[in-house]
Structures are given as C-alpha cells and as structure tokens.
Design a protein around this ligand. Structure first.
Ligand code: ADP
Ligand code: G6P
Length: 483
C-alpha cells in the first residue's frame, strides 16, 4: 500500500542523553507542532534528525534511538558534529534563515557551509530513498532541505513530491544576492507542488524563477524540463480543537488541581481585579521582535503611567539555536532590557515583566494562553506565527485581545486582531492601551470571527488541501507528455 513520507530537518521529537539514559521531549516550533497532528493520524513515516550527533552515540545507543523513534513512526538521518556546525548552525541558520527573513546584515555566505548543505541534503535523500516505494507521496519541509526535492527526483522520476516552505520567501531584490540562487531554485523545482504560507511569498518565488532561471511561468505553473511544477499558497492552520478543548479543561479545573504556575497567576490576579496580564510566547529568535516589544512596553509605561502596578508582561522565550552568535547577543540584550525595566519600575508588590527563558510543558502553555487578557505578538518578520492562532483558539469565553505584527504571515488572515508595525513604538504603546481598554463586547465580536475562520481552516484542512493539490499535479504532468 502506498504511504506518505514526511521529511524535515527536525523530527517532532527531540532525543537527548541524560545520565546515560535517553530523554525524549517534543520539538518546539511551528513546523513540528503543526505537522505532528497530521502525522499522528496517518500511517506514513517521518524522516529527520533526532537531535543527537553520531559522535554522541555508540552502537547500542543508536539502536535504542531507532527503537524509540520507530514507536512514533519516525526514522532518523545520521548527522555528524561537523554537519551540525556547517549545515545546521551554518548554512541553514547563518545563511538561509537571516537572508529569507530580510536580515541581510546577519547573512554569511560561506562556501564550507554550502558544501555541507549539499552533503547533508544528499544524506537525507539516501534515507528517503531507502524508505520510498513506487506510488508513495513524499512531503518535504522547510528551508534546511531546499535541494532535497531535486535529489529525490533524480532517482525516482515518477514519484509524487510536495514541498512546503514554513518561512517567508524573500523578494527578488534580496534573493538575487544569494550566491547559490540557481542551485536552490532548481532543487526546489524537483517537487510537483511548492507551497507557501501567503500569496506574497508565492509571488516573490515566481518572480525569482522568471528573473533568475528565465523559465516560462503560466499563472502559477512553471514549465521545467518535461514537467509542470505548480506553486500555491496554503496558510498553515492549527489543531484548533486540541487547543480549545485543553483550554476548556483548564478552566474547569478546581483550584486545588491547578498547576503551580496557574496558582501563582491566580493569586496575583485574584487580588487585584483590575490587574491585566499581557502575554508573549516565542522561540528566542531575532525575527520575533523581542527587544522591540520590551522597549515599546517601557514607552507605554512612561506614556500611560496610570497602568503601572496594573499590567504585567509575561514573556516566555524558548531557547533556540544558541550556538549562533546573533542568538547569544539577542539573549544578552533581552536579559539587560528586562533587568533595566524591572529595576526602573518595580515596586515591592509589582514586577512589570515576568520573564521565562525555558521551554514549558503543553499544560503550562495553556495556563498562560487562558490567563492572558492581551497577547502581544510583535515579530519583525515571521513566515506565519502559530502562537497568534493558538491564543485565539484558547479563548473559550471569546474575550481577550490579540495584538499582532503586520509582518507575520498570520496577519493576512487575522484582520480582526489589532495589527501593528513592530518598529513603531508610539503606535504599539497606543494599541496596547486600546487593547487594555477594549470593551468585552468588542473583544467577543472580533474573536468570534477569528475563531470561526481558524476552526474552519484547521491543520487537517490545510494538509488535506495540500494533498489534494499535489494529487491534481499528476494530471498536469500528463498534459505535457501528451502535447
Ligand atoms: P516558530 O515556528 O518560528 O517557532 P510559531 O509561532 O509558528 O513560530 O510556532 C511556535 C510553536 O512552538 C507553537 O506551536 C507553540 O505552541 C510551540 N511552542 C512554543 N513554546 C513552546 C514550549 N515551551 N513547548 C512546546 N511548544 C512550544
Ligand atoms: C521554525 C522553522 C522550523 C524549525 C523551528 C525550530 O519553525 O521553520 O524548520 O524546526 O523553527 O527551529 P530549530 O532550528 O530548533 O529546528
């Protein structure tokens, strides 16, 4: 029977070694949380990196890792320490990630990184080819594997391949600066269907195809060699019911059954009915606009001092890619800013910013979402941003206000949120005031619309639409052959 093979750099689970034992935790990030729901329902396999390098594993640990991931219908691609440094921290996260998020000043064009990127994409192809059989469907994900569709196509010309990019595709003016632009574009064209979160990313990609490869583009179809490659936008949704149900359960819990975190929040906010909780959740990443958000909050407290003692910004930043210097600098800057603002404004009974630099379990994420009067999500550039959608899904009573950056892909579908430019502190401060004073009736009106849309276009629907479009490309191929 034919199966679906999902391929991404990171598996939905992370394996670590703790005191000679394997420890398995869920992976963080939009790709993992989104695709996990799709994968858990299917009977396919997910191929990716376990989180451990070859050097960390002896034969017996290797076997154990394979057994553990197999239970979750996964298989691993072996990566060495050098692969990790050059392909993952290097080309993926010091070249492609900053370039595609318009951080030109952070982008490094290193030939060693590129060579490793090619090698590792080939390693992924090898493992995929071991598992793939005629009639299977292969779904490749994200910027770490842009060459993979082309590599698989070389060995299996007739297999169905889909590719989805979870980050923005930059405008031609940015992409043209990239030394390996032709190789990357032709690698992607190995797929039958290329999916992006928004129409803008799709448009940017097509523009690069026309101007760099000079290929014929007919609306959203590219003629490449003897095939038609289709390009389309599929805004990724969330597992709406999972978040909504978890929030309902959380709210029904008796005080004694509540988590420590929830009890601490309750204690604080029960005492003062006028107190408000503003929440942000991100990976610690410079694209997420964390310093901008803190500075805007400082500006807000100075401009509207009547909110002092009343509002608290709860900021959860999950550690990410901490070997990359820009991420280390961001962590330092964030620590300093939080320290400065808390030092400047705190009183014996009030700390303006509660800052957590760690990963929290799912139940605690739900505690935070359900307790937040306002979600303040301010990326300077973000492919989609699922946190914004998850916050709305957890609003069981339909109250709460989402402030969302225009620079997030999610803003395209969430017009009822308060949309802001994350570089405009004045406007951010005013919008925060507007959010804190918004009548509940208006909150409910906005969230009703948002929830309706999110429920309808959930992650299952997103995946189903992608598969439907991928299946339809089989007919496109035949048209070409026949003509
Ligand atoms: P990105 O993909 O850039 O990290 P998104 O906002 O699209 O940004 O996705 C982040 C995902 O990571 C969300 O689904 C969120 O629930 C999840 N997440 C955030 N923090 C944690 C955490 N501490 N533990 C597990 N998952 C988390
Ligand atoms: C974003 C990327 C994913 C990545 C995730 C976490 O969501 O689009 O591809 O997996 O961040 O980053 P990491 O580098 O830890 O895998």
């Amino acid at each position: 029977m034919s199966k679906t093979i999902i391929v991404s750099n990171r598996l939905p689970l992370q394996v670590k070694i703790e005191n000679d034992n394997l420890e398995i935790t869920p992976s963080v990030g939009g790709l993992a949380t989104g695709m996990k729901s799709v994968h858990s329902e299917g009977d396919g396999i997910w191929i990716g990196w376990s989180g451990l390098t070859e050097e960390e594993l002896d034969e017996s640990l290797k076997k154990k890792v394979e057994q553990e991931v197999k239970k979750e219908k996964c298989a691993t691609v072996p990566l060495t320490q050098e692969d990790l440094e050059h392909y993952y921290f290097g080309f993926s996260n010091r070249t492609l990630w900053p370039l595609f998020h318009y951080f030109m000043e952070y982008t490094e064009f290193e030939k060693d990184y590129w060579d490793s990127y090619v090698t590792v994409n080939k390693k992924f192809a090898e493992v995929v080819l071991k598992h793939a059989e005629k009639g299977d469907t292969i779904w490749v994900h994200d910027y770490q594997l842009l060459l993979l569709p082309g590599l698989i196509r070389e060995s299996m010309p007739d297999i169905s391949i889909g590719f989805f990019l979870h980050i923005p595709f930059p405008s031609y003016e940015i992409f043209r600066t990239f030394p390996w632009r032709e190789e990357v574009l032709t690698g992607m064209l190995g797929a039958d269907l290329l999916g992006f979160h928004t129409y803008d990313y799709e448009r940017h990609f097509l523009s690069s195809i026309k101007r760099i490869l000079r290929l014929d583009v007919n609306f959203n179809e590219i003629i490449y060699k003897d095939r038609v490659v289709k390009v389309d936008s599929f805004p990724m949704g969330i597992d709406y019911n999972k978040f909504h149900k978890a929030a309902k359960e959380n709210m029904d819990r008796l005080p004694a059954e509540r988590s420590d975190l929830q009890q601490r929040i309750d204690d604080h906010f029960m005492k003062d009915k006028e107190a408000k909780l503003i929440l942000s959740i991100d990976r610690m990443d410079y694209t997420k606009g964390i310093p901008n958000r803190i500075r805007a909050f400082e500006y807000f407290l100075n401009k509207y001092p009547e909110f002092k003692q009343k509002v608290r910004l709860v900021m959860l930043a999950v550690p990410s890619r901490s070997n990359v210097p820009q991420y280390q600098l961001l962590k330092k800057e964030t620590d300093e800013l939080v320290g400065r603002i808390n030092g400047q404004f705190a009183t014996v009974s009030w700390t303006p910013i509660w800052y957590f630099y760690r990963s929290l379990p799912f139940d605690n994420l739900i505690d935070l979402y359900t307790s937040a009067d306002v979600a303040l999500i301010t990326p300077v550039r973000d492919g989609m941003n699922l946190v914004a959608k998850e916050y709305i899904a957890t609003r069981v009573k339909k109250d709460g206000v989402l402030i969302l950056s225009e620079m997030a892909g999610a803003a395209k579908e969430m017009n009822e949120a308060l949309l802001i430019n994350p570089n405009n502190f004045e406007a951010m401060a005013d919008t925060l005031k507007q959010a804190l004073e918004m009548p509940v009736k208006e909150q409910k009106k906005r969230n009703t619309m948002l929830q309706k849309r999110l429920r309808r276009y959930s992650i299952d629907k997103w995946a189903a639409e992608f598969f439907k479009a991928l299946k339809a490309t089989q007919n496109l191929g035949q048209v070409i052959v026949a003509s």
